[in-house]
Ligand binder design. Sequence first.
Ligand code: ADP
Ligand code: MG
Length: 688
Amino acid sequence: MAGRSRGGCEALRVVARCRPLNRREEAAGYERVLELDVKLGQVSIRNPRAGPGELPKTFTFDAVYDANSKQADLYDETVRPLIDAVLQGFNGTVLAYGQTGTGKTYTMQGAWAEPEKRGIIPSSFEHIFTHISRSQNQQYLVRASYLEIYQEEIRDLLAKDQSKKLELKENPETGVYIKDLSSFVTKNVKEIEHVMNLGSQTRSVGSTNMNEHSSRSHAIFLITIECSETGPDGEEHIRVGKLNLVDLAGSERQSKMGAHGERPKEASKINLSLSALGNVISALVDGRSTHIPYRDSKLTRLLQDSLGGNAKTIMVATLGPASHSYDESLSTLRFANRAKNIKNKPRVNEDPKDTLLREFQEEIIRLKAQLEKRGMLGKKRRRSSRRKKAVDGESATENEGEDDNEDGLEKNMENYLKEQKERLEEEKAAIQDDHSLVSEEKQKLLQEKEKMIEDLRKEQEATELLATKYKAMESKLLIGGRTIVDHTNEQQKMLELKRQEIAEQKRREREMQQEMLLRDEETMELRETYSSLQQEVEIKTKKLKKLYAKLQAVKAEIQDQHDEYIRVRQDLEEAQNEQTRELKLKYLIIENFIPPEEKNKIMNRLYFDGEEDQWKFQPLVPTGGNSNQMKKRPTSAVGYKRPISQYARVAMAMGSHPRYRVSEREPGPGGGGEVTGEVGWGWWVDGG
Ligand code: ADP
Ligand code: MG
């Protein structure tokens, strides 16, 4: 299915997954409010506080997975086609959305040490490298990155320096990317698993309370797969597939108090990315919106392609079955239901600029040429490599043309250098034995020879370095059957194939059932003929009742949505009030303790950097003189440490806003207080 289309529109695939009741819920005797129809792909949710006659709400998805579902069911049926598409050069995204504790991390990551509990991320590793090992006449390069968005800051989970915050940049050709994000080229499952574990460790180490942290941060595992292949035109083409595996922050409404009673400072911020996600989805689905607010958060900017753009996207909505999570489950179902209507336009990314694979290929060619120049990859070498193969008898494929397995490389180099050295030593001895030379001359010649031997040694070192680099780079280019070998046996392969067929069949059956259901409703009207007036009245009354019930359901839905809207609005207003109060305080301080001329100086230098979403200081412009030197001057030129503190931001925002004036008195030249300007500065900045 996926990957067949080389363009065109395609809806977001949305599936729902419900975890089993956990022990705590069982012990507390919570009832189940979710009903899943796996065959039909439907979830029904019953309001535990429902009055009599209130029907459960039903949602239809591309697939649903109940408490008995296995990780492999979800992978084979839903995710596998997406990964296949990524291997062909499409962009792909999997988003796990849902309340904390409903199985997002279980779905994405799972318990990777237990094979049947592995989630989407580790399963995709197996899938990707097995595919590559079975490929023919293709070269692959696979690399991985791991990042986290927490409080609207991007953290590279694979970087050494964890304090560094990364920035989003935009390239007109390749779109949004993260500057300086580290990525690791991986040759096999083990290596990429290592990358995953490294990042996961960093993630948990960095937080004092992992649960709270993970419920408020978004984790994104990124895999980039580049594939080069000779096309029908005889030219080599590179396709690039990018895979985003996203474990979103918990979708629950943040409670006003933290777990330990304190007010969570970041609550409003962490909601930003998630609420922006909701807004982007709403805007995409609402046909009238011309503006999609991708720029409102880091997450939506990063996922721009995945939502309404060039990517195939799957959303897994995770649900808790118990009555106490009714509100959150319903809200998740509604969110997922809306997302179904997003249309993407995926296409194969062919021959983009700046692929790492091309860089590698060129570097390998360059290294090879250098080694050849040093006589390391000459004819002699090829002969010896072939001989070695014959002896080992393990490599069945005879590579035609210029084959460059490094087998003979070292031996060859060793021989060459040994020969050279022996020759020099011989010559040295000859000089020593030559009695016709004067001792001075002899000494000079000997020194010359010594130097030549030393040069030779250096040359040897340099060549070794080159050879090592060459080997390392070549090993990273994955070629099926050569640098990466498939170890599954025929029986396993058959089993895999069967599983995939079954998954495909299940999917088709469900699609047909859903289609039939839809048609049933449409044709209900047409099929009926009546034998008597009495019968007509009866049937029509029944139909009327049905429609009336439907109407009531829709009305209730509207009321629910309205209530939800009001709640969100109240939250926003509350947040706004809080910020206004904060602003007033800052304004009071600024107006009373900061000399106006200092304030003006700062204001004149401030500008807003839209790219980084931050206020910044213009560099001090010198009146003549060396401007370079001036530019390099840190922003602490006036004696403060940070480029811009929160307070400066506030100062800017309020400078022209009469509403926030708290002091009637204009501050005098001394700053309006006893504190002198200078002391005021130090306190103002450092004390913040
Ligand atoms: P989230 O990441 O959404 O906060 P987790 O993935 O951490 O939730 O899941 C919470 C708990 O429920 C974990 O102990 C996890 O093992 C368990 N769990 C979640 N989904 C399932 C499932 N489908 N089957 C079995 N256990 C699950
Ligand atoms: Mg989690």
